[in-house]
Design a protein around this ligand. Structure first.
Ligand code: NAI
Ligand code: MG
Length: 493
């Protein structure tokens, strides 16, 4: 028996964590929600509703309004009317509202974290320690820029664009809302935001905060619904800018729909990032980075390190240690503070992930899953490793958006670069090495918007995020993120 085998046996036989569920007594979710338009919650014109469920047990959490074309028209009208005064407001006053929203998110952080985990399935540890604090941090950060835009772009006059339509996905619901709303407001734009249909609750809670903050009516409007509602926003003639995060497929549709218009567009789409482990890397640290890279948020992460490239000389060691580490991952109730991997966001997504696992099995690849128990109710998927994945395999080429890692090996630096860049995507990458020079060399040659060295999946509001190629264009976060919400003109003289 090897050392790692005995470790995993001991772990499973010995330690048992008692359940440590986060309390849900302190939260309130309404039975049904209207749309947030012009500073008020209003009923949808069509009176149509859809359910949002808890993916860890299938329970209905609330009924959500499905905004139709008339609703979207009303929301855009409200944003257009509010733009007149909001864009002219003293920027330091705009900053105060944005700052206030940040403070109110902090005050209600526990409630937001629980609701995020209930609605979307992510572990409470992640929503509590990452999603919600980072969402507040984005509002704080951009509040600071509101009255300093002239310093961000010296020699330029900065003007807001107008009405921004913002369409976001289900993997980081509140965080994506913050990424989009905060810079838009700081620059003097108004907003119509559409959350994803499986995770609308924290955006609706954010609407409560926005109302309580006293933000002028119509500056932020939130319309719920599925793709159809999103398409009404995309097609609306009074929308001046579209910011979309989601699948490459829908990103392409939106690009086509806006091709002959004056609408500004940013797209943050899929990815198939290479996480590259060199033989001189600190291996134990890299194992944690690999685990975090692919199993963070069940792998529902556009920048997930879903392709692992390991230098051949350390492949055996890395493989053994990864298997042992997988045995210690706790898959289960998202609200349990011990849980590492929560519920898959929806039944459709679970089916998609399982179909990729079947692809790997059909290809005859070596597969590894842990012995951990997975709840029988709800949508769960065991963390999964596939070894020796060919470059031509769909597992190495397509975004799975789940806890499935495709492992490949390489011998030389050039081979690592070639394999890493051999993808239609270009969002992120990871490099693990003891040599700073190697990390710099790699980061200049990898075609990806974000490259982490000796870490993975680290986010900060000051740092721009975005992709190349089919991962989209435009940047969110940092000074770069401001630029996407401004018209920059050269100053006279
Ligand atoms: P999606 O791209 O359909 O959904 C993202 C958002 O776009 C949602 O708010 C949705 O309602 C909206 N939307 C859908 N169709 C639209 C349209 N025609 N016009 C305007 N808005 C529209 O993604 P979906 O179907 O939820 O997930 C499918 C796959 O996409 C996933 O399996 C994953 O591979 C990928 N994905 C990638 C994300 C990323 O962050 N890169 C996020 C979500 C999904
Ligand atoms: Mg839900």
């Amino acid at each position: 028996m090897t050392k790692t085998d005995s470790f995993s046996l001991k772990f499973n036989d010995g330690w048992k964590y008692d359940p440590a569920p986060e309390s849900i007594d302190h939260i309130s979710i309404a039975e049904q929600y209207g749309l947030f338009i012009n500073g008020e919650f209003v009923n949808s014109e069509g009176s149509k509703y859809f359910k949002t469920i808890n993916p860890s047990n299938g329970d209905t959490l609330s009924k959500i309004s499905e905004a139709n074309k008339k609703d979207v028209d009303k929301a855009v009208d409200a944003a257009k009317a509010a733009f007149k005064s909001w864009s002219k407001m003293d920027p330091s006053d705009r900053a105060k509202y944005i700052f206030r929203i940040a403070r109110m998110i902090q005050e209600r952080a526990r409630e937001f974290a629980v609701i995020e985990s209930l609605d979307g399935g992510k572990p409470i540890r992640e929503s509590r320690d990452i999603d919600i604090p980072l969402a507040a941090a984005h509002f704080f950060y951009y509040a600071g820029w509101a009255d300093k835009l002239e310093y961000a772009f010296p020699g330029k006059n900065t003007k807001p664009i107008g009405v921004a339509a913002q369409i976001i996905p289900w993997n980081f619901p509140l965080l994506m809302a913050a990424w989009k709303i905060a810079p838009a407001l700081a620059c003097g734009n108004t907003v119509v935001l559409k959350p994803a249909e499986t995770t609308p609750l924290t955006a609706l809670k954010l609407a409560e905060i926005i109302k309580d903050s006293g933000l002028p009516k119509g500056v932020v409007n939130i319309v719920t619904g599925a793709g159809k509602t999103g398409s009404y926003l995309v097609e609306h003639p009074d929308v001046d800018k579209i910011a979309f995060t989601g699948s490459t497929e829908v990103g392409k549709l939106i690009r086509r729909a806006t091709a002959e218009t004056n609408k500004k567009l940013t797209l943050e789409l899929g990815g198939k990032a290479a996480n590259i482990i060199f033989e001189d890397a600190p291996i134990d640290q890299a194992i944690e980075g690999i685990i975090n890279g692919i199993f963070f948020n069940q792998g529902h992460v556009c920048c997930a390190g879903s392709r692992l490239l390991v230098q051949e000389s350390v492949l055996d060691e890395v493989s053994k240690k990864l298997k042992a580490r997988l045995e210690s991952l706790i898959v289960g109730d998202p609200l349990d503070k011990n849980t590492d991997v929560g519920a898959i966001n929806s039944e459709a997504q679970l089916e998609k992930i399982n179909s990729y696992i079947q692809v790997g099995k059909k290809e005859g690849l070596e597969m590894f899953q842990s012995n951990s128990k997975v709840p029988s109710k709800g949508f769960f998927c065991k963390p999964t490793l596939f070894f020796n994945v060919a470059q031509s395999s769909r597992l190495a080429k397509e975004e799975i958006f789940g806890p499935v890692l495709a492992i490949q090996s390489f011998r030389t630096v050039d081979e690592a670069i070639e394999k890493a860049n051999n993808t239609p995507y270009g969002l992120s990458a990871g490099v693990w090495t003891d040599k700073g020079s190697k990390a710099f060399n790699m980061s200049s040659k990898l075609k990806a918007g974000v490259i982490w060295a000796n870490t993975y999946n680290k986010f900060d509001p000051t740092s721009p995020f975005g992709g190349y190629k089919e991962s989209g264009f435009g940047r969110e976060g940092g000074v770069h993120g401001l630029k996407e919400y401004l018209i920059l003109e050269n100053q006279e003289g």
